[in-house]
Design a protein around this ligand. Structure first.
Ligand SMILES: [Mg+2]
Length: 271
């Protein structure tokens, strides 16, 4: 069976971070934390420090889209210097409360992104052609399935695998390591999806193209110009060695119809 395996962040969904902070700000979602130690004077410095932490720091399985308490606590601690805007003793309880509000905002931002009908139509087209559709993401095990459900892709996706979900305390399994892709194929096989050809689709040249191409997968690069330039942990290269590429979602239906014809033809020749 031909499997189309998609990266999530920057490929199926765009980074919701900036829009989610804007929602928190516009809807005054942090105002009631004043009594818990987040003064109104601290709100804007917190959002600025948090954005800097998110831009600069990444770590294994870090979930930048739904965020981690780690960046919020670091930002709060930057404001908690002696005589600062936040009392150090308030950080332990403030940071998870702020995270919870962020995730509610991010859910709304992700659900409203405009590419979903186009991407869903492409997935429907792939499934109608007898292919399987999967998502394989460097992410927390809880995060990618939630995002896929919120965007409405859930009914079209046969399997979701994540770096955290495929890792153990002894073995870290993360793109761009080859093990990520071999484990993804093994996980699909265990779920009854026997891949005779994998078409891997992603926005990162290093994470989504170089290794899968070397492994013989068909590769498709989305050159996503909406990826925030400030994120040092993203690969911003605009050139690609992928077999196919696209720069707008509007190109997807025709491109994926062409890929289907090409890989289907290769499959018939091999058979
Ligand atoms: Mg990505």
């Amino acid at each position: 069976m031909i499997v189309f395996l998609f990266d999530n962040g920057g490929t199926l969904t765009d980074d919701p971070f900036a829009a989610s902070l804007s929602l928190l700000r516009a809807e005054r979602r942090l105002d009631d934390l004043e009594a818990s130690g987040l003064t109104s004077a601290a709100q804007e410095p917190l959002l600025a420090a948090w954005a800097e932490e998110n831009d600069r720091l990444s770590f294994p399985f870090a979930c930048h889209y739904l965020q981690e308490e780690y960046w919020i606590a670091r930002a709060l601690m930057r404001l908690a210097a002696p005589g600062g805007l936040v009392h150090p003793a308030a950080v332990a309880e403030l940071s998870p409360r702020i995270l919870r509000r962020y995730r509610s905002a991010a859910r709304r931002v992700l659900a409203a992104q405009p590419q979903h009908p186009t991407v869903a139509a492409v997935m429907t087209q792939l499934k109608a052609a007898g292919c399987a559709v999967g998502v394989a993401s460097n992410d927390r095990a809880f995060a990618t399935p939630a995002i896929i459900a919120w965007t409405g892709y859930g009914d079209l996706v046969d399997i979701v695998v994540t770096s955290e979900g495929m890792s153990s305390p002894q073995v870290r399994v993360e793109k761009p390591d080859r093990l990520f892709f071999t484990r993804a194929v093994e996980t699909m096989a265990a779920a009854g999806i026997e891949a005779t050809r994998v078409v891997y689709v992603g926005d990162s040249e290093v994470n989504d193209i170089e290794t899968p191409k070397a492994m013989g997968f068909t590769t498709v690069r989305y050159v996503n110009r909406l990826n925030p330039k400030a994120r040092v942990w993203l690969d911003h290269r605009e050139t690609t060695a992928a077999d196919y590429s696209y720069e707008t979602f509007a190109e997807m239906p025709d491109l994926f119809a062409r890929i289907l014809r090409d890989v289907g033809a290769k499959g018939r020749r091999a058979g």
